[in-house]
Design a protein around this ligand. Structure first.
Ligand code: 6GU
Length: 269
């Protein structure tokens, strides 16, 4: 997969040289190219921003440097990229988005500073390519560079050969399938006793069925506490008799459509 990032802070993308993404690059699984947007400016001050039409606070990124940058990068290789525009006003970036992006051969990221990029840039490239405006969550960051690091890591770990073990994604929280849409529960390793704290007996039992059940119960306990919205959305077909029993004990009630909702008892803490 080829990844281009256009930014006024190339140093901010240094973490792409480290760890999982850095190793994937070193092994030739990822071709990452970080570009300084200011190389496509032509004035003495390398200006990339200007005041907003209609007034208001802050500055807006000028369209011309972005247009020259994107034209140059797009012309450098055959084929059509997907252009990813990080913005707090975008669609939520989630695991399903990461899976879709991991199937593309070429992504170009356009992290902005200030109040964002002149709208005409998205309109222009949106007519010629797939453009995705994506937000990583409901909070505001000063720029799109940190979101690019987040999205690249989420995508890169899904590429064939990047993680050691293909099974590693199977139980991910939010992975489509088996433990679908449940948060993962706690994990333990050696030593068996640390500061007087032991390991849940069942994990030492060697009883694979009981271990799987315990893990699933732990996932429900954690999800019910931290992400009750995920329980409410849970496909009733994905819930077995033990799941239903546990949720009922936790103060959840089965609705007529088979989905679970919180009762007054379940709303406590
Ligand atoms: Cl993608 N950009 C910025 N600036 N803030 C954000 C974001 C993106 N996603 C959440 N907050």
């Amino acid at each position: 997969m080829r990844l281009d990032v256009v930014t006024i802070f190339p140093e901010y993308l240094e973490p792409l040289n480290v760890s999982l993404v850095g190793k994937a690059r070193a092994r030739g699984l990822l071709d990452v190219r970080v570009h300084d947007l200011r190389q496509w400016t032509h004035d003495r001050h390398n200006t990339v921003d200007d005041t907003p039409y209609g007034g208001g606070p802050g500055m807006v990124m000028k369209p011309e440097p972005w247009g020259e940058a994107l034209d140059t990068i797009i012309a450098s290789q055959e084929g059509d990229p997907v252009v990813v525009v990080p913005t707090p006003s975008g669609r939520p970036f989630d695991q399903a988005t990461a899976v879709e992006l991991a199937e593309k051969p070429w992504l170009i990221f356009t992290p902005a500073r200030y109040e964002g990029i002149d709208r005409r840039v998205v309109d222009e490239y949106g007519e010629r390519f797939e453009v995705r405006e994506l937000s990583i969550g409901d909070y505001v960051l000063a720029g799109g560079e940190a979101p690019v690091l987040v999205m690249v890591e989420a995508v890169a770990r899904l590429l064939p050969g990047v993680l050691g073990n293909a099974e590693s994604h199977r139980d991910d929280s939010f992975a489509p399938g088996a433990m679908a849409d449940l948060l993962e529960g706690p994990v333990y390793t050696k030593p068996p006793l640390w500061r007087g704290r032991g390991i849940p007996e069942v994990l030492l039992s060697g009883h694979h069925g009981r271990i799987a059940r315990w893990r699933r119960d732990q996932a429900f306990l954690r999800t019910a506490r931290y992400r009750p919205d995920l329980i409410e959305r849970c496909d009733p077909a994905a819930l077995d008799a033990d799941d239903r029993k546990l949720l009922t004990e936790l103060g959840w009630a089965e609705r007529p459509d088979g989905r679970f909702g919180r009762t007054a008892e379940g709303m406590e803490e």
